[in-house]
Design a protein around this ligand. Structure first.
Ligand code: SAJ
Length: 437
């Protein structure tokens, strides 16, 4: 058991699990949030976000007396800032929550304390934004107050497992800060902890998500190219990835979430003349909802009057309830701007969307096209026959290569796949190739 007292600012997707983790490892944790509802719920042992097993862990932590919530910070040994860093309309990092969090802890800082920024931030945030605020405490930074950045790296849906087992980067404003922060995380982290400077740690975090975004952009570009030249991008990717050093990612209707669709812009913001591939990749991924709509236009070009599109899935990725930056929301907005379309959606994880149908049959009523937008496990076995019965035209547009083509066709649908030729059917194409050899 250890007797550390930790104050976590921000009780969201990262702050709450991190608080519960420290608390169930024997620390006294004060979780701080400006939202009273979140604070009250936590003090009752309840949570306001969805993440597997988090409810059980939080309940145990609160019952043990090790985790309490408040709207104000308390004195502690360590302060962890885990507040959002959203993006503005101008694609710049909105640092107002980080600034506010840093300012609220200043009166509570004491000699020997540690301050850690976990929020994903543009490079230079710790040294140029955080440190000047913390200096108001009168403490000598790096000697009396240890400061650094340790970015979260966990995947929504697997947060608890990844918090413990992922490797972690700790960037300090000096070596002693990094070492103190490492020792704190060692309380629950089983992965390796690597030490570096604060600015390097900030860039590592941004590049991890940028790496993924750029690779998805490459896959999306490939999808568009394959549609033009009459081959199947998914097949290209599967076969190319047989190479031991190639890992092309998956195309789709766009990239969402609060990380991949946001973080690359933080690099562009600080390096507009240099970050060319990064910016183009962002724009490529952002172009996908419009590209999907262009394909819908083609598929339904023969239909006169208002066309109805039924969208399956609106979250930013499968098997979670998170809709932040979801490209499907963008797609729905684009369809909304058109007078010739009607839209209905069904997502088992989402309750109150304005177009939400009550089930898979309801969403398909009078529809001209089923558009599989998110590959939730729930969509593995669709009631295709019953859906077909209530539809006006039986088109199935799979943007995730998720649904079995033969099964869909057997039920009388025309199957269209994102990243595949518009004109040539795959088998027909293969036959043609065989015939010409
Ligand atoms: N996507 C594709 N094609 C792919 C992979 C993903 O289109 O091949 C799309 C998804 O549909 C989704 C988006 O990308 O819309 C992002 O999903 P994701 O599962 O790749 O990542 P996130 O945003 O949920 O979490 C990422 C993770 N980063 C990396 O894997 C490098 C996670 O570890 C980070 O902690 C998180 O960002 C974060 O908070 O930064």
């Amino acid at each position: 058991m250890n007797n550390k007292k930790i104050c976590v600012i921000g009780l969201g997707y990262i702050g709450l699990p991190t608080s519960a983790m420290f608390a169930t490892h024997g620390c006294k944790v004060i979780g701080v949030d400006v939202n009273e509802k979140v604070v009250d719920a936590l003090n009752r042992g309840e949570i306001t976000i969805e993440e597997p097993y988090l409810d059980i862990m939080v309940q145990a932590a609160v019952r043990s007396g090790n985790l309490i919530a408040d709207t104000k910070p308390h004195e502690a040994n360590a302060f962890i800032i885990a507040v959002p860093t959203p993006i503005t309309e101008e694609k710049r990092a909105d640092m107002s929550y980080v600034i506010a969090a840093a300012e609220t802890i200043v009166p509570y800082l004491r000699k020997g304390n540690i301050v850690i920024l976990e929020s994903t931030s543009p490079t230079g945030t710790v040294e140029k934004l955080l440190v000047p605020i913390l200096e108001k405490s009168g403490l000598k930074i790096g000697e009396e107050l240890y400061v650094g950045h340790s970015p979260e790296r966990v995947l929504p849906g697997k947060i608890l497992w990844e918090l413990v087992n992922n490797n972690r980067i700790v960037g300090g404003i000096n070596r002693i800060s990094a070492e103190k922060i490492r020792d704190l995380y060692k309380i629950f982290v089983n992965g390796e902890i690597f030490l570096t400077t604060a600015t390097t740690a900030e860039m590592c975090k941004l590049m991890e998500n940028t790496f993924r975004d750029v690779n998805i952009a490459l896959a999306n570009e490939l999808a568009k190219i394959c549609e033009n030249i009459g081959i199947n991008a998914w097949e290209v990717i599967e076969l190319a990835n047989k190479h031991p050093r190639v890992n092309i990612h998956q195309p789709g209707p766009g990239v969402g979430g609060h990380c991949l669709a946001v973080d690359p812009w933080f690099i562009v913001e600080k390096n507009p003349d240099k970050a060319k591939i990064i910016e183009l990749s962002r724009k490529t991924n952002d172009s996908m909802p419009q590209h999907v709509l262009n394909r819908v236009d083609e598929i339904l070009s023969d239909i006169k009057g208002t066309k109805k599109v039924s969208i399956l899935g609106i979250t930013y990725k499968p098997n979670i309830d998170d809709m932040r930056e979801s490209p499907i929301i963008e797609l729905i907005d684009l369809i909304d701007e058109r007078d010739d379309y009607e839209v209905s959606v069904y997502d088992p994880y989402v309750k109150n969307h304005r177009y939400q149908a009550k089930d898979l049959i309801d969403v398909a009523k009078n529809s001209d096209l089923i558009l599989l937008a998110v590959h939730h496990n729930d969509f593995k076995n669709l009631p295709l026959s019953d859906m077909a019965k209530v539809m006006r035209n039986k088109n199935f547009f799979d943007t995730r290569n998720f649904i079995n083509r033969e099964e869909v066709e057997e039920k009388g649908f025309k199957y269209i796949l994102l990243g595949e030729s518009k004109s040539l059917h795959r088998e027909t194409y293969l036959n043609e190739v065989i015939a010409t050899i």
